[in-house]
Write a protein that binds this ligand. Structure first.
Ligand SMILES: NC(=O)c1ccc[n+]([C@@H]2O[C@H](COP(=O)([O-])OP(=O)(O)OC[C@H]3O[C@@H](n4cnc5c(N)ncnc54)[C@H](O)[C@@H]3O)[C@@H](O)[C@H]2O)c1
Length: 454
């Protein structure tokens, strides 16, 4: 395994501090506006961290841009489906198994941007130091594991003036973009209420509690680096690495964490939601280790120009076969709700936004002659790479992605305190009425992996 790189970056930290802004400085510009302009033949040098699973897709989608050069690959598992396949595809890239080594002084000069596609508990611990080095970031959803981390990500993106994009790529799909435009164009009038759901089976909950047994760590796996900031625990085959870490509180935020930043995204974008005012949840019983199997989370947000007066209610449902009741969504009994999606109930009609299919307007008779204008898709990955080069913009930059992630994570705080209504002060970043809930906005970090906070 090689830990050095000979690739040379065409841009340095100093270049980032001397950035040229496209179109000049404008107050209120998002973090997506900050890149320097690259020369026509100058490529963006990218390091990809977490190259198996979704990381393989992220890497190959970004690498398809002719303006991208992937110069480094990092994965804690050297086997074929993780680091191996990526190393075969991009044989010139330097290989790492520890992101701390990748980001050290000697190696970080070789790249301008990072893709972070690790399990959720390692997003912020990797993306924060990368931003502190001036690297642009494409980071998977949910952006972070805790609310405190999410706030830090936004502060870092602003302070270090880097281009950011969260990996909720369906946002750029024509179906979600079309749904958002329908609401903005007033097709259903001002929105009164929203229900959103993911009724799929959580196949990654494989135990009720932490196993008492342990297995030998495979020779390809760097287990200490996989654990990263999380408390130490022995390796047990299959139940954590890979993919099934989703079932465990130390590494994920359950089904809401997994799907909230997708399914609540068009809701948030269509209604221009800010942060919730309050949240309360019902959930199946949990211990401190494993996530719930079914939940209902009720949010209230401040009204916006797209909603009726008074707080707007958004309710989330998840768990095997868990849908909003037909009384709450008011759709015809003959209509079968998609397995996951959202329904926006407006003054003039109702919009169903399936995850992922064409949006549908109700009542069907009323909208029979309504021509839905399809909004073309954007490339979520290449637009990020182009934005880093000063040639495009991102839509899920951290000014947008952090409030959305916070909404999702506040829901998972409420899920751990079922029945308690939590009042959220977004300006102060605190829950004003519940000390136990406030304590869940952050977590302890294992020595050797603590992020450098801002
Ligand atoms: N946007 C989407 O549609 C979508 C779909 C699936 C997963 N995801 C997100 O992608 C991320 C990864 O999920 P997954 O299902 O691919 O998980 P996974 O466990 O299957 O894959 C994670 C990869 O990262 C590697 N890895 C783990 N810890 C690492 C570390 N500290 N440093 C470097 N590499 C590390 C693993 O070896 C593996 O190759 C999660 O945040 C998940 O929420 C997003």
């Amino acid at each position: 395994m090689t830990h050095s790189t000979s690739a040379r970056s065409t841009s340095t930290r100093r270049d980032f501090l001397k950035q040229t802004l496209v179109g000049g400085v404008a107050i209120g510009w998002s973090a997506s506006s900050w890149s320097r302009v690259y020369g026509a033949n100058e490529r963006l040098n990218v390091a990809s961290i977490g190259t198996g699973g979704k990381g393989w897709d992220d890497l190959t989608q970004v690498a398809k841009s002719p303006n991208v050069n992937v110069v480094a690959l990092c994965d804690i598992d050297e086997s074929q489906v993780h680091l191996g396949r990526a190393a075969e595809k991009i044989s010139s890239a330097a290989k790492f198994t520890d992101y701390r080594k990748l980001l050290d002084d000697a190696n970080q000069k070789a790249f301008d941007a990072v893709i972070v596609s690790t399990p959720d508990h390692m997003h912020a611990p990797i993306a924060l130091p990368a931003m502190q080095l001036g690297k642009h970031v494409y980071c998977q959803k949910p952006l972070t594991h805790t609310v405190h981390e999410a706030r830090q990500m936004r502060l870092a993106a602003t302070k270090y003036k880097v281009v950011t994009q969260m990996g909720n790529q369906i946002q750029s799909h024509q179906f979600y973009r079309t749904a958002v435009k329908l609401v903005h164009d007033g097709a259903i009038g001002k929105v009164k209420e929203v229900h959103a759901w993911q009724s799929g089976h959580m196949g990654w909950i494989l135990a009720d509690d932490r196993p008492a047994t342990k297995d030998e760590v495979p020779s390809t796996v760097h287990w200490d680096e996989w654990l990263g900031v999380a408390p130490e625990r022995p390796y047990v085959g299959k139940i954590y690495h890979s993919f099934n870490w989703r079932g465990w509180q130390d590494f994920s935020n359950g089904q809401l964490g997994d799907f909230g930043c997708h399914i609540l995204d068009p809701v948030s974008m269509a209604l221009k939601l800010s942060s919730p005012l309050k949240v309360t949840a019902e959930a199946t019983a949990m211990n401190r280790e494993v996530w719930y199997k079914k939940s209902k989370v009720s949010y209230e947000f401040p009204a916006t120009e797209l909603t009726v007066a008074g707080p707007i209610k958004v309710t989330w449902y998840d768990g095997d076969g868990h849908f909003p009741s037909s009384e709450s969504h008011g759709l015809p009994a003959s209509y079968k709700l998609p397995a996951s999606g959202s329904v926006l109930i407006g003054e003039k009609g109702t919009l169903v936004i399936p995850h992922v299919a064409a949006p549908k307007l109700f009542p069907e008779e009323k909208f029979a002659d309504f021509k839905i204008e399809e909004v073309p898709a954007r490339d979520h990955y290449v637009s990020w790479a182009d934005a880093c080069r000063g040639a495009d913009h991102t839509t899920s930059h951290f000014d947008y992605a952090v409030p959305l992630t916070e909404t999702v994570l506040l829901g998972t705080v409420a899920i751990r305190l079922p029945g308690e209504t939590l009042l959220w002060d977004a300006a102060k970043g605190t829950i004003t009425n519940n000390a136990k809930a406030n304590a869940l906005l952050t977590k302890p970090y294992r020595k050797g992996f603590e992020p450098k906070w801002l």
